[in-house]
Design a protein around this ligand. Structure first.
Ligand code: HPA
Length: 285
């Protein structure tokens, strides 16, 4: 773990040397949402492959670069693409970029993802503010020796840490209010994370619904766990790219099969709404 801290420091030192601005906001863009990075003003783009110890994304639709600059005057670090546990990366690697965002000076993190919708009343194409999560990936990003030096504020970096307001109620309220101003409903939902990469079975989705999940996906929870360990405030946004396995779309009798291409296509379609919500929201955070 000491190594991990030194590696994260080396990565952040490399990034700082390339991009002198200190980001206060980190943004992780999920499947189909990567184009949001083009909103960054005066961008400095650093491919993950160049950054010491940074993991490489192997998934189509995750381009794998860090973009630093400003959005509406706010200094940001945008991760265009992430790595997932299902790619075979161990937890410290999956969450390494989040650790680095903290060391770079980010105090707020916006995590975004593509998710399957479990509730028919949150249809395909919806944007959802994550209210809470259920981690069923079978592992935890904070596993291993504790490293208190990752804390960005007093009271954080502890062995055991609170997750009762992991997704900031304040940031969520701001996002919901901004969506309403822009004329659409930002629903709230519980995100359940599985390891993947197989999509779920209909029986699993029925079980997850019983557990209280509204959305299902293969990312985000580990990044949020380390962000909370360090003391970053988190806003989580899901884009419902498909109805989860066995869940029919509203007004339909039967469910459809799920394809990664569909995930990417819906991302492109909702991109404009996602972009206008985030650009208006960022200066308010
Ligand atoms: N299940 C898991 N992850 C996903 C899904 C899904 O249905 N859609 C997009 N990411």
């Amino acid at each position: 773990m000491t190594d991990l801290y030194a590696q994260a420091q080396a990565a952040s030192a490399y990034i700082r040397a390339k991009a002198p601005l200190q980001p206060s906001l980190g943004i992780i863009l999920g499947s189909g949402l990567g184009d949001f990075a083009s909103q960054v003003q005066s961008p400095i783009t650093i491919p993950y492959a160049e950054i010491p110890h940074f993991p490489q994304s192997t998934v189509v639709g995750h381009s794998g670069q860090l973009v630093l600059g400003t959005i509406a005057g706010v200094p940001v670090a945008v991760m265009q693409g992430r790595v997932h546990a299902y790619e075979g990366y161990p937890m410290p690697q999956v969450t390494f970029p989040t650790r680095v965002l903290g060391l770079l000076g980010c105090t707020t993190l916006i995590v975004t993802n593509a998710a399957g919708g479990i509730r028919p009343n949150i249809p395909q194409g919806s944007l959802v503010a994550i209210a809470d999560h259920i981690n069923l990936t079978g592992t935890n990003a904070a596993l291993g020796p504790n490293e208190p030096r990752f804390a960005i504020a007093p009271g954080f970096g502890e062995r055991f840490f609170d997750m009762s307001t992991a997704y900031s109620p304040h940031l969520r309220a701001l996002a919901i209010a901004e969506a309403a101003r822009q004329g659409f409903t930002l629903s709230e939902g519980v995100y359940l994370a599985v390891l993947g990469p197989s999509f779920e079975t209909p029986a699993e989705i029925r079980a997850f619904r019983t557990l209280g999940a509204d959305l299902v996906g293969m990312s985000t929870v580990h990044e949020v766990i380390v962000a909370r360990h360090m003391g970053l405030q988190v806003l989580g946004l899901s884009l419902v790219t498909n109805m989860a396995a066995g869940v029919p779309s509203l007004g339909q009798d039967t469910a459809e099969t799920i394809h990664h291409e569909e995930v990417m296509e819906i991302g492109r379609r909702v991109e404009r709404q996602f972009t206008s919500l985030l650009t208006a929201l960022i200066p308010q955070l």
